[in-house]
Design a protein around this ligand. Structure first.
Ligand code: SAM
Length: 386
């Protein structure tokens, strides 16, 4: 179902990949650190691994994870890594990269396996162990029924944990959705999207609203709801754009059964976005846009808001969210309610805003909790005595 990534893709890291990699390399060590320290290791699959390294020497997703495994391995977190890649040219490039780390003692194997049919080997290796699946196809990926099957059954419990990070292609949705109103629709192509989304429900949305940004947003949201329902996972996502201010090309969708997973994913996303924005390439792309050089995008503003400015705006909103939860529960731990605590700022601001918000409520006499202590996820907020 997924297509290949051509030679040009591997010249050098593109801007969307820079954000994707930044997020992956921040989040995965947290998952592995939190789960691997309580077990005999962590199993990781990069199901659409690519070449491992770009032609200019920069790491792709595979080498990034190999480096992380080597680093965390020296600190007692052991990984077992699997990399699947079906394209022969890409596999020929990937294998020596993986073997390089394997020779240095990182338990890793590359195989020309197809992402889904090769999964049984990975699931067998992950018996009783935490499992992280990174599924990053170009275009449409795993059919919904295969995806939910993997995340259910033996992998449906809270322990050993299973998480999935999925590239959900909005470009593929936009392209295929165009067939709904076409005078020469290709039913086979539309059926591929049915399979990826778990049904033809998306066609009604497009029939009614055509291929608009709102319709595509609704399809992503409905896909996430269905995935969450089918797997009993909490599902959250961040948009990834080709350049700052562009329409998203895909969403990185996380499925987890841990509230702390959602919390750290949101925090990592905010930090990754900020770091990405600060790169020279992102700033140049934004300058080009501002100068009208690239017209293939929707401008929503001409500069990226400074994260500190956004956090200052988020603080009173998050403080009210916290006050409301304290009122409702009497006493609660912030890490148990990431969606409710951050609200619309989940994935946009860092977790430090939560501490600041609790301190603000404390200073205003609205909670006896002082916002001190670590980690932030463990901070308990209590309703004031009446
Ligand atoms: C977007 S690229 C991967 C990029 C890589 N994850 C990274 O970030 O560096 C997708 C890769 O999946 C490979 N691929 C396509 N279909 C596949 C399948 N069914 N199973 C495994 N790999 C596949 C393609 O050849 C391509 O190299």
């Amino acid at each position: 179902m997924a297509t290949g990534a051509g030679d040009r893709y591997w010249d050098k890291q593109s801007l969307p990949s820079a954000l994707k990699h930044e997020l992956l390399q921040r989040y995965l060590p947290i998952f592995a650190g939190k789960t691997g320290s309580k077990s005999n290791g962590v199993v990781y699959l990069d199901g659409y691994a690519g070449r491992g390294r770009y032609d200019d020497g920069q790491p792709g997703s595979a080498e990034l994870i190999l480096k992380i495994a080597e680093d965390q391995g020296s600190r007692g977190i052991s990984y077992r890594l699997f990399f699947h890649e079906t394209d022969s040219k890409s596999y020929a490039a990937l294998k020596p990269v993986v073997d390089e780390y394997r020779a240095r003692g990182v338990p890793a194997e590359a195989s020309p396996d197809e992402a889904i049919s090769g999964l049984s080997k990975v699931l067998a290796a992950a018996q009783g162990l935490p499992l992280f699946l990174f599924l990053d196809p170009c275009g449409l990926g795993i059919p919904f029924s295969d995806l939910t099957k993997v995340l259910s059954g033996p992998r449906s419990g809270r322990w050993p944990p299973t998480e999935v990070l999925l590239n959900f292609s909005l470009e593929a949705v936009r392209r295929i959705a165009g067939h709904v109103h076409s005078s020469t629709p290709n039913e086979k192509t539309m059926q591929r999207l049915d399979a990826a989304l778990g049904g033809d429900w998306w066609r009604d949305i497009i029939r009614e609203r055509r291929v608009t940004d709102d319709a595509v947003r609704e399809i992503v949201q409905e896909f996430m709801n269905r995935l969450g329902e089918a797997t009993q996972m909490q599902v959250c996502a961040i948009p990834v754009t080709r350049a700052p201010l562009h329409k998203p090309v895909y969403h990185l969708v996380l499925g987890t059964r841990s509230s702390i997973g959602v919390w750290y994913f949101g925090d990592c996303a905010a930090r990754a976005e900020q770091k990405w924005w600060e790169t020279r390439e992102a700033q140049e792309a934004a300058r080009d846009e501002a100068a009208g050089i690239d017209a293939l995008f929707e401008i929503s503003g001409l500069s990226h808001p400074d994260i500190e400015k956004v956090e200052a705006e988020a603080l009173p909103v998050i403080a009210e969210n916290i006050a409301r939860l304290a009122e409702q529960y009497g006493r609660f731990k912030v890490g148990d309610y990431p969606g409710e605590v951050f609200g619309r700022y989940l994935g946009v601001v860092r977790e430090t805003v939560v501490r600041a918000a609790i301190k603000r409520l404390h200073a205003d006499g609205r909670t006896p909790s002082d916002g001190k202590g670590s980690p932030i996820t463990g901070l308990v907020v209590t309703r004031p005595q009446r």
